[in-house]
Design a protein around this ligand. Sequence first.
Ligand SMILES: NC(=O)c1ccc[n+]([C@@H]2O[C@H](COP(=O)([O-])OP(=O)(O)OC[C@H]3O[C@@H](n4cnc5c(N)ncnc54)[C@H](O)[C@@H]3O)[C@@H](O)[C@H]2O)c1
Ligand SMILES: [Zn+2]
Length: 369
Amino acid sequence: MARADAAPRTAATVWAEVGGRRYPIHLGSGLLGGLGALWAERAAGEGVLLAYDRGVTPLAERASASLESSGFRVVPAPVPAGEGSKSLAQLERLTRQAAAAGLRRADAVVAVGGGVIGDLAGFVAATYQRGVRLAHVPTTLLAMVDSSVGGKTGVDLPEGKNYVGAIWQPELVVMDTAALDTLPQAELATGFAEVVKYGLLEGGELLALVEAWPELPGPEEALVDLIRRCVAHKLAVVAEDERDLGRRAVLNLGHTVGHGIEAAGGYRRHRHGEAVALGLLAALRVSVAHAGLDERWRERTRVVLARHGLPVRLDAPPATAAIMEAIERDKKADGRALNMVLLPSPGEPVIRTDPSRELVAAAIEELRR
Ligand SMILES: NC(=O)c1ccc[n+]([C@@H]2O[C@H](COP(=O)([O-])OP(=O)(O)OC[C@H]3O[C@@H](n4cnc5c(N)ncnc54)[C@H](O)[C@@H]3O)[C@@H](O)[C@H]2O)c1
Ligand SMILES: [Zn+2]
C-alpha cells in the first residue's frame, strides 16, 4: 500500500533530553505517512529492520511504504502479537534476520506496535552489533504514554518478566493517534490507567483533564495534548534518573500492588493497566492511612477508573496472600525494601519504605468489598 497519507491534522513535538542525548517525539493524527521523511533527518544508514506486531500489519505497511519512498531499504520483520513474543527466541530470530539481511552498525531498527514490540525491538537495537539506531512508532495508548518513552527495553524469561534488557534511547518517536482508531476499547482503557497515574503524580491541570475525560479515545486535539502532557511528565522524571536508581521509582505509583496482582494471576487474569487500576486504589488507600491523603481523592480516582471500564474491585482470585507473596518476590528480585510510592496529595508523590505488610494486605482486601 504505497499511497501517501493525508497531511497531519494536529501535531506537537516534544524534545527528549536524556542521558546526554536529544531526540524528537512527534505527536499528532496522521503522522505515519511522514515517517520516512522524519527518519531521513535522524538516520545514519539506509537499512531498516522494521519489527512490527502482526496485529498492526496495515500500519506497518504504511510505515514501510513511507520509509521506502524516502529511500530506505526496509527489511520487514513481523512478530506474533502478545507478551509471549518478548522472548529470547524472538530476540535471536530478529537479530539473525538482521544479520542475514546484511544490516550494519549504521542501520536501524524501527518498531511498530505496542509495548511488546517496543520492548523487544528496542532490545534488538540495543544489542545488535553492540547497538544500532532505533525509532519507536507506538500504536497503543499504553505505548504512547509509557513504554516508548524513557528507554527501557527487554524481554521476559520463564523466571520473570523483563529479566533481560537494557536502557536504550531511541533516535525518534512518532506517535500517530490515528493508529488508535483500531485499538480495542479494553486496550485503550489499559493505557488510560497509566494516564490516571500521571494525573495523580502531576496533579493540577493534568489531573483535572483526566477526571473530565470523555469516552475513550476522546477528541483528537485534546487527546494529542493529553498524551503530550503524560510524555512530558515521564521525560522530566527520567531525565533526572535515567538508570532508575532513585527518583524514577515514583513512576511506579500503583505498580507495587499492580505487579503483585498481575504476577499472582499468572499474567492472564488482568491486563497490565487493569492491575494498575487496582494497584492505584490500593496505593491511595495506604496513602490515606499512612501519608495523610484526603479520602476523597481515592473515591474520585475510583470513579474515573470505573467510568472507563477499568476494574475497581477484585472479586475473584488471586488471593490476597498470593498477591502479597508476589509483591515480596518482586522486591527481593529488585534488591529493594518493600518500598511503595505514596501520595500525600496529588502532585506530591513520595517513596516510602515503611508501610507495613498488614496495611498493604488490608488495602488489597478492601478491593474485594
Ligand atoms: N519499556 C517500558 O518502559 C514499559 C512500560 C510499560 C509497559 N511496558 C511493556 O509493554 C507491554 C504492554 O504493552 P501494550 O499494552 O501496548 O501491549 P501489546 O504490545 O501487547 O499490545 C496490546 C494488543 O493490542 C494490539 N494492537 C496494538 N496496536 C494496535 C492498534 N493500533 N490497533 C489494533 N490492535 C493493536 C496488539 O496486537 C496486542 O494484541 C508489556 O510487555 C510491558 O512490560 C514497557
Ligand atoms: Zn505500568
